[in-house]
Structures are given as C-alpha cells and as structure tokens.
Design a protein around this ligand. Structure first.
Ligand SMILES: Nc1ncnc2c1ncn2[C@@H]1O[C@H](COP(=O)(O)OP(=O)(O)OP(=O)(O)O)[C@@H](O)[C@H]1O
Ligand SMILES: [Mg+2]
Length: 400
C-alpha cells in the first residue's frame, strides 16, 4: 500500500523539483503537489493524504495558521516543514503547533527520505489510545455530531444558530449521513429541550395507521379502536416532533399536516374536539423533495411550511477528512460499550477506509468499525478485518 505525500512547494523551484524527483523515486510513495494553500486544503479534503511536506513560506498565508488549518482538516496528517531561512524560534513555534519536523533548505535528500520514513512509521499505528482520547475530546462535537471538515463545521454552525429559534427545519441527505443526529441536536439545544422530543417514522405505517399515530383517535373511530389514543402531535406538545421520512406521507395525510402547521390545531381521528398544540416541527428525508413537489406527489404549500430552513447533511465521501475522527470516536465508544480493548487502527486499514466511497455513509462506517473490532484477534484493526465491507465480498471472511 502506498503512502500519499502532499508536497507544498516554495519559491526555490530548483530545490523543490529535486525534492519531488527524489520522492517520486521512492516506490512506496505517491506524490501530490500544490503551490498554494488553497490547492493543499482541497487535496487534504479529497485525497487520503498521510504526510504533508511543506515550504515554510507559502504565498499569502502565515505558515502557523496553515499548519493549524491542516490539523483541523486532518488531525492525523504529519506535517514536515522545510525553510529557506530556518531559525530556532520558527522551528519551535511550528513544533508547538504539532509539526512533525522542521529542516533547513537546501535539505539533504537522504536525510529527508529518512525523516519521511519515520513519520510514516509513526503513523503506522495511527491512534494509540491516549492520542485517540485527546483527539476525540478536541472534536467539535455539537450534540455528538463528530466532524471538523468544512461541510460539517457548516452544519454544526447552522444547528447551533437554529436550535434556539423556533423555526421548522427540513433535514435532507443520503441514508446514514446523520439526519436524526441533527434533529436530536436541534431539539436538545433548544429552549424546548426539557419537553418531549417525539419521533415518527412516517414510512413505517400505512395511511390509516399513520393518521392515528400522528393525530390520535377516539374510541370506535375504526374497527379495533377500543380505547382513545393520543397522537404523537399531542404527546409532543410544548416540545418537538421529528417527522422522519416525510417524503413518504400520502397526499391525503399531507392536507391534515398542513393544517397543523398553519393553524396549530387538529382533531383526533373520529373526533370532533379541536385540539390546539404548540409543537416545533422538524422533518427528515433522503428523497429529493423538490422532485416530489414537481411530480405532485408532495404538496408545495406543505413543503414550504416544513422547509423554513433547509439543512442538507453532506455525504461521507464529501468529507473524508472526518473519517479518522469518526473511526476514533467509534473505537472509543465500542470499547466502552462492548468492553473491547482495541488500541487503534493500522495505517493500511485506515487507508482502505479513506479510499472507499461509503454509499451507506456514517452508518456503514460505524458498522465496518464494529465488525472489524469484533473480528480483530489482536488489539489493532488490520486490513484483513475490513475486507468484507470495503469490497462488499463476504467470502473474504474465509481468509481470516
Ligand atoms: N457526524 C456524526 N458523528 C457521529 N456519529 C454519526 C454522525 N453521523 C451519523 N452518525 C451515526 O451514524 C448512524 C446513522 O445516523 P442517523 O440515523 O442520524 O442517519 P440518517 O441520516 O437519519 O439515516 P437514514 O436516512 O437511514 O434514516 C447513527 O448511529 C449515528 O449515531
Ligand atoms: Mg434517519
């Protein structure tokens, strides 16, 4: 398995060309290059970079801020600086912020290759337990939403600014991206947090049952309605209701939902009494709501009521930089829950996780980590324990 190295070149073209040429000779390295910070950030977000080798003078950015940003984007990447006019204070400042090493240019190429090999070795066991805990604690985890990538920072900012506002929010995104987590965070960080948070999976009931779930029913309203039942809206009074899989609500029920959203009132199925409620409505779906509206499968007036604010949760492949943090988080969580003693994950295994496209998003990653932890015979997750998930080929279990 190759190590991906990102080289951020400086002014001294000749010197950097020599360095790149020498790195390219090393068969175990794959070299990416950038000559400005923006390109470097982009590559760090999208490629499974292991090591960054950077000139200390990058155009238009302060190198310490550059280093800090790399560490935010990818806490697991080791950064080595090379500087034309190196001095001790620069080196100390960089090391204090977590740089792996610091050398003067021109650099002895044999020495540089040795430094890089050492940095790779350090990464071989990426997350020793202590390191793991430190990193997870530092995580920007608003309501357990793990992630420091740009797109996730945007989500946590949105969530924290919206939580306190009493607006309806439509949460969309592919399966397993964390929509329910976002709904939880919105409720538990709101002024309603001490009041009920009621979830309804609208796809789980057929039409009649869904209406009775949502609005309740009176005795005798239909065969089998032997007792009066309070609906989820009533139960969520003063709190929040999360209408999950909202795209699956049939049109006839949509009319009733619209009335609740507009008038804040409804009647139980089979009842005459009008019930007033004060409930914040969050809705979630992995469907394309605009398309449903276009196809007249979803009422546009209801769509606009639900979608006062829209949060689109990004897919995992759009924020691969979060994978190491999520993996650490799940390892810690499962060590606690299941009494496993996994210390970390081998570099090659992490590389497999970084290269995979994750159609099932964070849920799939969590399953992959859990199954690898259950299969692991030592205290490290090795590639052989991940094969089934990453290649989708269960036969590979037989080679364990
Ligand atoms: N950012 C995250 N940090 C930590 N755990 C996460 C994150 N995102 C998702 N998860 C975990 O992944 C799993 C799936 O998340 P969730 O149920 O919120 O996804 P979803 O978008 O509602 O999926 P679906 O569309 O299938 O209902 C959960 O166990 C959740 O805790
Ligand atoms: Mg969900």
């Amino acid at each position: 398995m190759k190590t991906n190295i990102l080289v951020i070149t400086g002014q001294n073209r000749d010197e950097w060309d020599k360095i790149i040429a020498s790195l390219q000779k090393n068969k175990s390295l794959f070299v990416f290059t950038a000559n400005k910070a923006g390109t470097a950030y982009k590559l760090l977000r999208t490629e499974a970079i292991n090591i960054a080798l950077s000139d200390y003078s990058i155009p238009k950015v302060n190198s310490i801020s550059f280093l800090k940003k790399i560490k935010v984007l990818r806490p697991d990447v080791e950064v080595v600086f090379l500087s034309e006019n190196a001095n001790l204070s620069k080196a100390i400042a960089a090391m204090k912020e977590g740089a792996y090493d610091f050398y003067e240019l021109p650099v002895n190429l044999r020495l540089l290759n040795a430094v890089i090999s050492k940095a790779i070795e350090k990464q071989a066991l990426l997350f020793e337990k202590l390191e793991l805990e430190r990193k997870v604690k530092e995580v920007f985890d608003f309501g357990n939403i793990i992630g420091r990538s740009k797109p996730m920072q945007r989500i946590t900012e949105l969530v924290s600014s919206l939580a306190q506002k009493n607006v309806n929010v439509l949460i969309t995104g592919e399966t397993g991206v964390g929509k329910e987590l976002v709904a939880n965070a919105l409720h538990y960080n709101s002024a309603r947090s001490a009041k009920p948070f009621v979830k309804v999976n609208c796809a789980a009931f057929n039409k009649g049952v869904l209406e009775s779930e949502l609005f309740g029913h009176e005795i005798g309203s239909f065969t089998g309605a032997v007792t009066k039942r309070l609906g989820r809206f009533e139960l969520a009074n003063e709190g929040t209701i999360f209408l999950d899989e909202i795209g699956d609500v049939p049109l006839s029920t949509q009319v009733k939902l619209l009335r609740v959203l507009q008038e804040k009132e409804f009647e139980r199925v089979g009842g005459n009494e009008t019930i007033k409620i004060d409930t914040r409505v969050l809705a979630g779906t992995n469907k394309d709501m605009k398309k449903l509206v276009e196809k007249q499968k979803f009422r546009s007036d209801l769509y606009y009521r639900l979608n006062v604010v829209h949060i689109e949760v990004p897919t995992l492949k759009e924020r691969k930089g979060d994978i190491p943090l999520l993996v650490s988080f799940f390892i810690n969580k499962l060590n606690d829950e299941k009494d496993y003693k996994i210390k970390g994950i081998a570099k090659e295994a992490m590389q497999i996780l970084m290269n995979y496209q994750w159609p099932g998003n964070v849920r799939e990653l969590e399953n992959a980590v859990e199954s690898a932890m259950a299969l692991a015979q030592k205290n490290v997750i090795e590639p052989k324990y991940l094969v089934a998930f990453t290649l989708g080929d269960l036969k590979n279990y037989s080679s364990l």
